[in-house]
Design a binder for this molecule. Structure first.
Ligand code: KG4
Ligand code: ZN
Length: 350
């Protein structure tokens, strides 16, 4: 089986993974969280410089983990977008140079396609026999057609995946991403950055009906999301009544934010008639989201945490699907980084 090396430097983590026949042989992610945490968010210029400093070492670590040498790599893939342009350029340029030097194909990948490939592949028990399935999708790979919810710090969108080269966006967030809203509310209640996971933990001990919060896009009935009104309502309530227990704020916010994600996702399932659902992105780790979707009657597929958040293995997995499907366009090495790149309008490789 060919070994595919994938690189993701779309935001603040340097991810390098190696996959072979749908198996993840290495998945090394060097997190930059500590670098950005004092700023309360990602500093793009600092992120690019850090990627540049560490990418060689992360590639080496991935090769070591997989027990491979550079000459064993049969294709190199990298995220071409969307993301921070400076950060994207580091991984993309590195991957192109590596592919050119090794005389192997270069495969440009859309970041969200990577998330989808990881969420779908990880459920097939293809990770060395390790159990990775969500409640509903045990043991079975998520083959298209399926509905996909991607909810991370940078994206929140729903896709209809009819085939790996037939992906249609059904809706997206009109303002903040779900993870971004979690992070902002977490900061309001002193949980640091990125605080989504800490907020979810705190919410377990809170009263989720303590705050009267507005439901996003209530009555609109579409397939888009919105989290900024909710976030602002929390900020106003916190300013008005600073004595409220943080756990109640966390639980109330989580009830509405996750409730809205679930509501729109189930609406999409009804409208499309699809009953298989793949969930990707950092927010896929949220217990409340998992429980609600698992008990909804849909066949759910959640990737394990290390494949749900940004990583390089997901880029290699997406590249494998492309390599298996068709010949690569000869001009792949000329692919530019694309900070804004809609998935549904990118049918070619990348
Ligand atoms: O996919 P991801 O690693 O990529 C980025 O967009 O960077 O997602 C990270 C996001 C952060 O916003 C984080 O706060 C959120 O996922 N997150 C969570 C949970 N764990 C991580 N949000 C809600 N509940 C969680 N348990
Ligand atoms: Zn991502």
């Amino acid at each position: 089986m060919p070994n595919v090396l994938g690189i993701d430097t779309s935001c603040d983590d340097t991810g390098v993974g190696i996959c072979s026949g749908g198996l993840v042989r290495a998945n090394v992610v060097l997190s930059q969280t500590a670098l950005h945490t004092g700023f309360g968010g990602v500093v793009p210029e600092a992120a690019s410089r850090e990627h540049l400093d560490v990418i060689d070492a992360v590639v080496e670590r991935a090769l070591e983990t997989a027990g491979l040498q550079l000459r064993d790599i049969d294709a190199v893939a990298a995220t071409r977008g969307p993301g921070l342009v400076g950060a994207l350029l580091v991984g993309l340029s590195y991957a192109k140079a590596l592919a050119w030097g090794l005389e192997v194909p270069f495969v440009p990948i859309h970041h969200l396609e990577g998330h989808l490939a990881a969420a779908a592949a990880a459920n097939g028990g293809r990770e060395g026999g390790r159990e990775t399935a969500g409640q509903g999708g045990q043991g079975a790979a998520a083959e298209p057609p399926f509905l996909a919810l991607i909810a991370s710090g940078g994206h929140t969108a729903l896709f209809k995946v009819s085939g790996w080269d037939d992906i249609e966006e059904l809706g997206h967030t009109l303002d903040d991403a779900a993870g971004e809203a979690f992070d902002k509310v977490a900061r309001m209640i002193g949980l640091g950055y990125p605080g989504g996971a800490a907020l979810a933990k705190l919410a377990e001990s809170g009263d989720d009906t303590a705050l009267d919060l507005p439901w996003p896009l209530q009555g609109k009935g579409g397939l888009d999301f919105s989290f900024s009104g909710l976030k602002t309502a929390v900020a106003q309530l916190v300013a008005r009544d600073p004595g409220r227990p943080a756990a109640d704020i966390a639980a109330s916010f989580e009830r509405v934010a996750i409730g809205s994600l679930v509501e729109v996702t189930l609406r999409a399932a009804r409208l499309t008639g699809l009953n298989r659902l793949v969930v990707a992105g950092g927010v896929a780790a949220n217990r409340r989201l998992r429980d609600a979707l698992d008990s909804s009657g849909l066949e759910t597929h959640f990737p394990p945490a290390e494949l749900a958040t940004d990583n390089g293995a997901m880029i290699a997995l997406a590249a494998e699907l492309k390599l298996a499907r068709r010949d690569l366009i000869a001009a792949a090495l000329e692919t530019d980084a694309a900070p804004y790149l809609p998935l549904a309008r990118a049918p070619g490789p990348g």
